[in-house]
Design a protein around this ligand. Structure first.
Ligand SMILES: [Zn+2]
Length: 125
């Protein structure tokens, strides 16, 4: 018999009993660990299992406030309009001051379109 069991002493007669038993094999008294068998919740923890403590994970997850959370659609349109407006002003200046000549009114038209897109984006929501 190489199988070894966990043994304990009977509280009544002191005989050794396997803890798989519920009653003493000698006197039939209820063994001290018998009541634990009927509460399997405390016995089913695997030996050596790590406690349910994942460790210090107290680093607060930053609230995700990014472009995905706000209505960035109008913002993108506004940025595009602003970019066009600035580009139009640049082209207008380039024509007026002759440092970046394109063709007449191109800067004016670009700035008008950019301003319109900006206003459209500002009124989107
Ligand atoms: Zn006994």
């Amino acid at each position: 018999m190489a199988v070894t069991f966990d043994f304990g002493q009977c509280a009544a007669c002191g005989d050794n009993n396997s803890k798989t038993l519920q009653q003493c094999r000698s006197c039939g008294a209820a063994l001290p660990w018998a009541k634990n068998v009927k509460a399997p919740a405390s016995n089913f923890a695997a030996p050596g299992a790590p406690p349910s403590n994942p460790g210090p994970q107290n680093a607060p997850t930053k609230p995700k406030i990014g472009l995905g959370d706000i209505a960035y659609g109008p913002m993108v349109v506004q940025l595009l309009g602003g970019f066009l407006f600035v580009a139009g002003v640049f082209l207008w200046c380039g024509n007026v001051f002759r440092f970046f000549p394109t063709f007449p009114f191109v800067g004016y038209i670009t700035a008008i379109i950019g301003g319109a897109i900006w206003r459209f984006g500002a009124e989107m929501d």
